[in-house]
Design a binder for this molecule. Structure first.
Ligand code: FES
Length: 80
C-alpha cells in the first residue's frame, strides 16, 4: 500500500519531485542513501549525468514532457 505521506509532483518539462519518507533502490537492488534529503528530483528526460537524479540538463536540451508535447501538437493541429 502506498504511503500517504509521499507526494510526487511532475515539474513542467522537468523532473519528478518526490517528497516524503522514501526508499530509492537502484537496478542492482542497492539502496541509495537519501539521509538528510526530505525530497529528491528524479530525472524523466533521460539526459541527466547524475541519474536517477535531475541535474538540470532537461532545460539545456529543451525537454518537453509528454503532456506538454501532446498539448502542443493538439494546438498546432487545431490551428490548421
Ligand atoms: S529531468 Fe532534469 S535532467 Fe532530466
Amino acid at each position: 500500500m502506498a504511503d500517504a505521506n509521499v507526494t510526487i509532483t511532475a515539474r513542467p518539462n522537468g523532473p519528478l519531485r518526490v517528497e516524503g519518507p522514501i526508499r530509492l533502490i537502484d537496478v542492482d537492488g542497492t539502496e541509495i542513501n537519501l539521509e538528510g534529503k526530505p525530497a529528491v528530483s528524479l530525472c524523466r528526460c533521460g539526459a541527466s549525468t547524475k541519474k536517477p537524479f535531475c541535474d538540470g540538463t532537461h532545460s539545456k536540451i529543451g525537454f518537453q514532457a509528454a503532456e506538454a508535447a501532446v498539448a502542443a501538437e493538439q494546438r498546432a493541429a487545431e490551428q490548421k
